[in-house]
Ligand binder design. Structure first.
Ligand code: G3P
Ligand code: MG
Length: 259
C-alpha cells in the first residue's frame, strides 16, 4: 500500500475523518445475510472497525434493520415492512435466503443491532432508510434511539440518508449526532443541501464521482464517503482522490487495514 493514502488527505484546517475508513456494507457485506446480527458479528470477526446498516420502521413504528420496503427478497415473509408489526417480523427468517447455515436468523430491531455494535466496539453508520411516506417519522425514531443507545459512548454513530426530510427530522430531535447526506451522483446544488441539513459528510455512488468533485467537496470542508466499492484497485484510486471512507460488500477483498 502506498503511504500517501494511509490517512485521509489533509486539507488545512479540516479535521481528519475520525471514523473507520473501510466499512462493512449492510452488516457483513457479501459474507452474511444483509442487515442481520450475524452480519455485524462477521464484520467484527474479520477485524472490521465499522459497519453500515439500514434502518426502517415496522408498522408499529419500531425501528428495524431492513433495506427493501418489502419482505420478499431477504425474509421468509411477504408484504410491506410498513404494514407489518415488529412482533410479526420476529417470526420471520432473514437468513435462509442467504444460506442454510443462517436459517432462523432474525430480523433485528435497531436497538438490538445498536447494542451489539456497542458491545463489540464497532462504529456504526446508520442509514435511515424510510419507506415512502415515512421519511420524517423514521428520521425522528432512528435519531432518538441512536442518541439513547450511544449516550456516553466515546464515538457517536453517523446518521445518513438519501431523504432530506429524514435528515431534517433527525437534526431536529438529536442535533448533536453527526449527519451525512446520501446521493447517487453529486448534484450541482450539493453545497446548499449540506448547509441546509448541517451535514458533516457527503456519501455518493463512486461510479458517478469525478476527481474534481471529490476535491470540491473536501475543499469545502466536508468529508467524502463512497458506496459500494467492491474492487481494491478502485478503492485505491478513490483514496488517492481524497475520499475519506468507503463501504464495501467484499470484506474478503478489501480488508479493514487496506487504506
Ligand atoms: O449507505 C451507503 C449505501 O448503503 C447506500 O446504498 O442501497 O445499499 O443502502 P444501499
Ligand atoms: Mg445502506
Amino acid at each position: 500500500h502506498r503511504p500517501c493514502s494511509r490517512v485521509s488527505k489533509q486539507i488545512s484546517g479540516m479535521k481528519p475523518w475520525p471514523y473507520p475508513r473501510i466499512i462493512a456494507h449492510r452488516g457483513g457485506g457479501a459474507l452474511a445475510p444483509e442487515n442481520t446480527l450475524a452480519g455485524i458479528r462477521k464484520a467484527k470477526e474479520l477485524g472490521f472497525a465499522g459497519v453500515e446498516f439500514d434502518v426502517m420502521l415496522a408498522a408499529d413504528a419500531i425501528p428495524i434493520l431492513m433495506h427493501d420496503e418489502r419482505l420478499e427478497r431477504t425474509t421468509s415473509g411477504s408484504g410491506a415492512i410498513a404494514q407489518t408489526a415488529y412482533r410479526e417480523l420476529l417470526k420471520l427468517d432473514a437468513g435462509s435466503w442467504f444460506s442454510r447455515a443462517h436459517a432462523g436468523e432474525p430480523v433485528p430491531s435497531f436497538e438490538r443491532a445498536g447494542r451489539l455494535c456497542l458491545e463489540l466496539g464497532l462504529w456504526a453508520n446508520i442509514e435511515i432508510k424510510p419507506a415512502k411516506g415515512f421519511e420524517a417519522q423514521t428520521g425522528t425514531a432512528a435519531a432518538l434511539l441512536a442518541r439513547e443507545l450511544w449516550r456516553g459512548a466515546p464515538v457517536q454513530p453517523l446518521l445518513s440518508s438519501f431523504q432530506p426530510a429524514a435528515l431534517a427530522a433527525a437534526r431536529q430531535v438529536a442535533p448533536e449526532l453527526p449527519r451525512g447526506a446520501l446521493t447517487d451522483g453529486i448534484p450541482a446544488d450539493w453545497e446548499s443541501w449540506m448547509q441546509k441539513l448541517d451535514c458533516v459528510s457527503l456519501h455518493c455512488d463512486y461510479r458517478m464521482l469525478l476527481p474534481q468533485q471529490a476535491r470540491a467537496v473536501r475543499d469545502a470542508g466536508y468529508w467524502l464517503f463512497c458506496y459500494t466499492v467492491n474492487d481494491a484497485a478502485i478503492a485505491r484510486v478513490l483514496f488517492d482522490w481524497g475520499v475519506d471512507a468507503i463501504v464495501t460488500d467484499r470484506l474478503d477483498l478489501i480488508p479493514p487495514d487496506f487504506s
